[in-house]
Design a protein around this ligand. Structure first.
Ligand code: COA
Length: 332
């Protein structure tokens, strides 16, 4: 059983942050950022919460699919920057779009989230119990970036992507992996308050990780880079194997956007030209689980992904998590 991607949508905040803006408060330069990451600018929220961006992307995906919110059975939101611990971002989106018949929950796998989400949607659909899933990746990473760390804050951005997924036929394969041996290379500790029973200096608090930044991202760029350049091709090759076709026959790969150099290295390993790799990093930066769905939406709307094309979606990120799905794209 495969999937149909009945419609996609995305939302990017209007606020554009150029590399030059980082020069005003960090020892950095446009030349360095472009050369080392491929990023020229990124979109950053000036107030829109994750759930609102998710709602706006979801509305576009529903329009594209020609599906009413009431027809949705399940909403999965893959955010790691929810606005509330509870209710879930997925429930906020459900309420906003009026999807009264759907159950909704968040599923976090950091920047691999939307790929895990695609696979989870397919498995729910395979049971036959439900027919229509809305998958949303909505993130406000700018809110948890460390603006004193020039090696990481320049990367992170905001946005949302969405897809309406139904049951389909044809080849499908996935390869999902987690490797917690690298958990300490990329993390953001959740805010906790002292209570009459809990003190933040108590033993076992945090101890796993070197830097105790609360609500702020820590990243070991070089280690994450090494991981990502190996993980991305491994996942795509694994997914293609299970789908029953060779990676070289892919028409389009839609990867998570973390660094243009990571994408170029992976393209070489996959023996694919860069025209077959979706790139949005120069304009949108790294918006975690939103990036693959935003890339997918752009590729479909721009005609780079057409009916019957062999497509692979691939993500990698904190956890460490990585994974890919490979399938033939059909919208009906
Ligand atoms: N501007 C200018 N110089 C910077 C800089 C910046 N924004 N950030 C780091 N540097 C400096 C470093 O301090 C270092 O200086 P030094 O040699 O004097 O010590 C030098 O540039 C090289 O640093 P390094 O960390 O080796 O750079 P890099 O080539 O590895 O690029 C990243 C840094 C973060 C762009 C790169 O490692 C990367 O993309 N990693 C993966 C990140 C990722 O994918 N994260 C998300 C996963 S979902």
């Amino acid at each position: 059983m495969s999937i149909i991607i009945a419609g996609t949508g995305s939302y990017l905040p209007e606020r554009v942050v150029t590399n030059a803006e980082f020069e005003t408060f960090l020892d950095t330069s446009d030349e360095w950022i472009v050369a080392r990451t491929g990023m020229k600018e990124r979109r950053v929220t000036s107030g829109e919460p994750s759930w609102k961006m998710g709602e706006l992307a979801a509305r576009k995906a529903l329009d594209a699919a020609g599906i009413a919110p009431e027809e949705l059975d399940l909403i999965i939101c893959t955010t790691v920057t929810p606005d509330y611990l509870f209710p879930s971002c997925a429930c906020m989106i459900q309420g906003a779009i009026g999807a009264r018949g759907a159950f909704a929950f968040d599923a976090a796998a950091a920047c691999a989230g939307s790929v895990y989400g695609i696979d989870m949607a397919r498995r729910y659909l395979a049971t036959g119990d439900i027919n229509t899933v809305l998958l949303v990746g909505a993130e406000t990473l700018s809110q948890v970036a460390n603006y004193e760390d020039r090696g990481s804050c320049i990367l992170f951005s905001d946005g949302a992507g969405a897809a309406v997924i139904k049951r389909g036929d044809g080849p499908y394969g996935s390869c999902l992996r987690s490797d917690a041996s690298g958990a300490h290379q990329l993390y953001c500790k959740h805010i906790r308050k002292d209570t009459p029973f809990y003190k933040s200096d108590a033993p076992f608090d945090g101890g796993l990780f070197e830097a105790e930044l609360v609500g702020t991202t820590y990243m070991n760029g070089q280690e994450v880079y090494k991981f990502a350049t190996a993980a991305m091709p491994e996942a795509v090759i694994g997914a293609c194997e299970r789908a029953g076709f060779a990676p070289e026959t892919l028409d389009m790969v839609v990867p998570h956007q973390a660094n243009l150099r990571i994408l170029e290295t992976a393209a070489k390993r996959l023996k694919l030209p860069m025209e077959k790799i979706s790139v949005t990093i120069h304009k949108y930066g790294n918006n975690s689980s939103a990036s693959v769905l935003i890339g997918l939406d752009e590729c479909i709307r721009e005609g780079k992904i057409k009916e019957g094309h062999r497509v692979s979606l691939v993500g990698f990120g904190a956890g460490l998590t990585y994974g890919a799905a490979a399938f033939e794209y059909h919208s009906k």
